[in-house]
Design a protein around this ligand. Structure first.
Ligand SMILES: *[C@@H]1O[C@H](CO)[C@@H](O)[C@H](O)[C@H]1NC(C)=O
Ligand SMILES: *[C@@H]1O[C@H](CO)[C@@H](O)[C@H](O)[C@H]1NC(C)=O
Ligand SMILES: *[C@@H]1O[C@H](CO)[C@@H](O)[C@H](O)[C@H]1NC(C)=O
Length: 93
């Protein structure tokens, strides 16, 4: 999940937190105004907030952005229905 935000006045660095619905959290620090979360779990709702810091203080949290992470479909199968020239593909929810 790629997250970005506008620069905030006085900020030297930012901390983005992705808090998952299962209690899993991922943290990313950057002096730039973007972060890439590459370790999120699938099938969860994440709430993403960003705080800004200078060398002494941290700001309050930004308003949260919510995102849900879909899982890769499993058990993909394909079969022919010869009677009507149709191919049928199905997968698990
Ligand atoms: C991000 O910065 C915070 C505060 O300085 C620190 O506690 C945390 O360990 C850092 N996390 C990462 C992933 O660098
Ligand atoms: C994520 O949020 C949606 C909408 O609020 C909800 O229907 C769904 O059950 C949630 N999923 C999880 C894994 O909590
Ligand atoms: C072909 O037959 C299958 C199985 O009866 C059916 O599910 C499918 O909708 C049919 N396809 C068309 C194009 O009529």
């Amino acid at each position: 999940v790629a997250v970005s935000w506008e620069p905030s006045k006085g900020a030297l660095s930012y901390t983005a937190v992705a808090q998952g619905s299962g209690g899993y959290a991922s943290v990313c620090n950057n002096s730039d105004t973007a972060c890439l979360f590459s370790d999120l779990l699938c099938g969860l709702n994440y709430s993403i907030t960003v705080t800004a810091s200078d060398d002494r203080c941290s700001s309050a949290e930004s308003s949260a952005v919510k995102i849900s992470t879909p899982c890769v479909p499993q058990k993909v199968t394909a079969k022919m229905v010869c009677s009507n020239d149709t191919g049928v593909v199905s997968w698990e929810e």
